[in-house]
Design a binder for this molecule. Sequence first.
Ligand code: SF4
Length: 391
Amino acid sequence: MIRQTLQELLAERTVEGSLYEKLAEYGVRCHACAHRCRIPEGKRGVCQVRYNEGGVLRVPWNYVGALDVDPIEKKPFFHVLPGSMAYSFGMLGCDYHCDYCQNWITSQALRDPASEEAGARPVDLTAEQIVEGAIQKQCHTVTSTYNEPLITTEWAVEIFKKARVDNLLTSYVSNGNATRETLEYLRPWLDAYKVDLKAFNDKTYRRSMGGTLAPVLETIERLKAMGVWVEVVTLVVPGLNDSENELSHIAKFVASVSRDIPWHVTAFHPDYKMMERPWTEPEKLNVSYQIGKAAGLHYVYSGNRPGEVGTTENTYCPGCGQLLIERQGFRVKKNILGAEGNCPRCLGPIPGIWGVPDRAPHKVVPVERTPRSQEALLIIKEPEESLLGET
Ligand code: SF4
């Protein structure tokens, strides 16, 4: 039997996209991410998974490239239903090509042949089945992650619409290279958004990621203005973005948008094409934490060095200093914050999503199963990756 290539398999799992415009001579311009690729007929966008077929933009649909049940703290969201689980799905492809990507098997599909050799494959799954899986696994949130969600936004919205019917929260774990159009398309169906702010240097973005800094900053500002719950993550990479000057610029920018945005400073570990660089030391995370606090941020968290970073994994009330949530890694050891999100000592409000919204009665959506889809409901993420956060 002839084995289909990954490109052939993905071509069978597409629909016409929504986030694009038609151009002259069968060209299209995609608006899903800030690259805004102009794609001639028969060609692909930078992400490789959106392509022009006869003047129509085909986009990914009806499959997952990875699926797992994760603590919400792993996304990381520290101010969204602490201690709950997130039903996490990814597709394939990315608009960036970060050398240290820990999800490179899914994200670099069709760009790096090693991804296909390592087993990147689509697994058929409908939006209804994903939502049903989340309910069965007692998750409160459905999250698009493991590849760049922006480039597969049409599919995420299809899932999120159904998740909302069942009172689930919805979230993105993203590089933030978004456009206004995509954020407006997402907004009615999205509760929370994690943005990676990977550096504060445009050259670093261009050279090491294949993007630019400005759209990421605009995304953080737009999300805040739109009322989406936002948390920002900076993976502190030795020699790439870990100078105190650069970290200070990042912290000051986040604080300028809102001092209430949680800023996660997480430890790098060697991965993908960056195997020679050392882990980020806990001392560097502690310095980063202090830089965040000095910039005026109310909530700064160290990540990926559980138990080695003192009290910097915890949430404290910025008003009275009360310990509210005690964490070690992704584990919530203690939480005295109620569903209303007020400090029990001084009654000051703590921003975040602390209770399950009451949007509709919780119900299981009946779906027609096929043998293939049952197989797809197995956890297909690599176990090793559950040890670390997602950046
Ligand atoms: S999602 Fe981004 S990279 Fe992909 S085709 Fe659209 S604009 Fe280009």
